[in-house]
Design a protein around this ligand. Structure first.
Ligand code: GLC
Length: 612
């Protein structure tokens, strides 16, 4: 508490300097927006209440509606402009109460024609999972806004697991949405959207406009007159272990935009996407992702630890996971962007990038037995636009394990591609999400699932699913992870098994008509998760042991399980969460070379390999 008070005094004068709206209000400073800005440099939105929890609120309409009048600072004390703000954060009519809205097998209105409320009897395990998920819900000014990363009562050192992580909240959000509960998701989306208007500094360096936090926490700060104030305190990476840049959820907000689209598709709340702040938020994401850099590739260039694997694991460069999420986010944005004169060029840019990105990944990241044999026979040091070995890959870098491991049927996307470097490890999330987003071709999608099936013991084993295969060992582990004791071989990010990946696997299987595979994985998880108290991850080659430092009651394990079960019960809902092949994108090529007739477009020449 002291620290908070001291910082408040110290930084109070920086209130308006710290704030920089990026939602279209830059040129005309808006006093209403400044109300969101705490005088604490690390505290975002704020909402005040007295000790008896009667809230008065400066930024939250529901809070204002239900609590403000009973507070000593009643609505009559509010400046006039506060009321104006309700147009930004309006409460939806007929919004149902959070607690009263659980109908198993339900689901919102949305794009699905299926009647809501299919009755399925809940198992004891599902009931327990729902109880735990509800217990993990975090409220802000009395409104649900997210779920804690882990909620283990026995954990005396929660570190940052007592925060709401953007990426971790996605399966929770889907579980709630599939139950017909949209409010928590809507609140989450709008609150995190507002947090992006913060200018953050790490050691006096401002990482860039439009940043969204990796996680946030609700803190209670004492005020004068025995009142307390709730503040939404974001972590943009300045406190994160290793100061990692969360590209998947923070910097380019890929998960946020994917969740926004899921929310709209499942609830049918299309008014949400028409909001000015949401439209501006989408444009901001696009500007960040599509801005020119030094890079030669259409893929996003990121640092190590920029995604679910948020520590050193040798994934800096162009990791597949980020590319799959980037591709999905672009497809989401294209769908949700209001079409007008102002957005025409942006949509064109998005289409060009989608087309270039899918070509790049399909063509250069894909490997199967045939392709490995080609690489094995590559010539190097080729200098020309027609080079076969474009990235100058030395065949010696094909690892021995891969030559034995690759099945005759099936293939996968490699983890990363850089000049003279292919990371041949199998990264599960990137591969599964390529299927879900149609970044890979339908044929490749099937092949990835074939590989998962034929390598089941390695990639699923006793607990779905391995985050990476294989683990880094010995010298490689020492050099690449920096001797990370949490990421020892076959533990945590280094070949550990993560049950949260179950929902994404289920979604990919439903998309490709492989429900049998998804059920097999869910059955395996069902055998253990409940009895093991919902661990974050499992260790050993087959995922036999609960992870060495694994949290228990990990929320995305619980929510991932529930989401998988509900997707299997309502496969028609799954179709709202994945994308089919976009054939128009295959035809698109902005390269002017072929038109001049002077040079062959390399893409045109290679096209035969990437056709569906
Ligand atoms: C670990 C995971 C990360 C997750 C966080 C909270 O750091 O690597 O992906 O978001 O825990 O659960």
């Amino acid at each position: 508490m002291n620290a908070i008070k001291i910082s408040k005094m110290k930084f109070g004068c920086r209130l308006f300097m710290q704030s920089r709206s990026v939602l279209g209000f830059i040129k005309s400073p808006n006093p209403i927006r400044n109300l969101h800005i705490s005088s604490h440099p690390f505290l975002g939105l704020r909402c005040a209440n007295n000790q008896t929890h009667n809230h008065f609120c400066v930024s939250y309409p529901k809070c204002r509606q239900s609590c403000c009048s009973s507070s000593s600072k009643s609505s009559s004390n509010k400046p006039d402009h506060i009321a104006d703000h309700s147009t930004i954060f309006e409460t939806r009519p007929n919004e149902k109460n959070f607690e009263s809205n659980y109908v198993h097998g339900g689901g919102g209105g949305g794009d699905s024609d299926e009647p809501a409320g299919k009755t399925v009897v809940e198992t004891e395990m599902e009931k327990e999972a729902w109880r735990l998920l509800k217990e993990a819900v975090v409220t802000y000014c009395g409104n649900p806004v997210g779920t804690l990363a882990a909620n283990d009562p026995g954990d005396k050192m929660p570190l940052n697991y007592d925060q709401v992580f953007i990426r971790d909240f996605v399966p929770s959000a889907l579980a709630f949405l599939l139950k017909g509960e949209g409010e928590i998701v809507r609140n989450f989306l709008l609150n995190t959207l507002q947090l992006q208007s913060w200018e953050k500094t790490v050691d006096c360096y401002s990482p860039g406009q439009g940043l969204m936090p990796a996680s946030f926490k609700i803190r209670t700060v004492p005020l004068d007159d025995s009142k307390v104030e709730e503040v939404l305190d974001p972590d943009f990476g300045e406190s994160a272990i290793g100061r990692v840049a969360p590209v998947d959820s923070g910097k380019t907000r890929l998960w946020w935009i994917i969740l926004l689209r899921a929310y709209i598709k499942i609830t049918g709340d299309y008014a949400m996407q028409e909001r000015v702040d949401v439209q501006t938020g989408i444009k901001l994401i696009l500007n960040l992702c599509l801005s020119d850099g030094f890079d030669m590739f259409p893929s996003l260039l990121v640092t190590d630890g920029s995604c679910m694997i948020d520590r050193r694991m040798g994934i800096h460069g162009h990791p597949l996971e980020i590319q799959s999420l980037f591709y999905s986010a672009l497809r989401c944005a294209r769908e949700m962007l209001a079409l007008d004169e102002g957005s025409k060029n942006l949509v064109k840019t998005v289409n060009n990038r989608l087309s270039a990105l899918s070509f790049h990944i399909r063509e250069y990241y894909w490997i199967d037995m045939k392709k490995i044999n080609e690489i094995y026979r590559y010539k190097t040091e080729e200098y020309s636009t027609e080079a076969i070995n474009k990235f100058n890959i030395y065949p010696e870098q094909i690892p021995y394990w891969l030559m034995d491991w690759i099945p005759e049927e099936g293939g996968y996307m490699i983890g990363n591609l850089q000049p003279a470097h292919m990371d041949f490890r199998f990264f599960t999330l990137g591969n599964i999400w390529s299927i879900v987003s149609s970044l890979s071709t339908p044929k490749q999608n099937n092949s990835i699932l074939n590989l998962l099936e034929s390598k089941w013991d390695d990639l699923v084993g006793d607990m779905p699913l391995k985050i990476i295969y294989p683990a880094l060992e010995e010298e490689e582990w020492r050099i690449i992870t920096g001797s990370d004791p949490k990421n020892t071989p076959w533990s945590y990010h280094n070949g550990g098994s993560w049950p949260t990946l179950l929902w994404q696997f289920t979604l990919a299987c439903i998309k490709m008509g492989r429900i049998d595979l998804a059920r097999k994985a869910v059955d395996l998880a069902e055998n253990r998760l409940y009895g093991d108290h919902w661990p974050e991850y499992y260790d050993t080659r087959s995922g036999k042991f609960i992870g060495k430092q694994s949290r228990l009651y990990q929320t995305w394990t619980i929510a991932g399980y529930l989401t998988s079960k509900m997707l299997l019960e309502n496969p028609e809902k799954a179709s709202l969460l994945f994308w089919e092949e976009d054939y128009d994108l295959l035809e698109m090529c902005v390269c002017a070379l072929s038109k001049t007739g002077r040079k062959l477009c390399a893409r045109g020449a290679a096209k035969s390999q990437i056709l569906v």
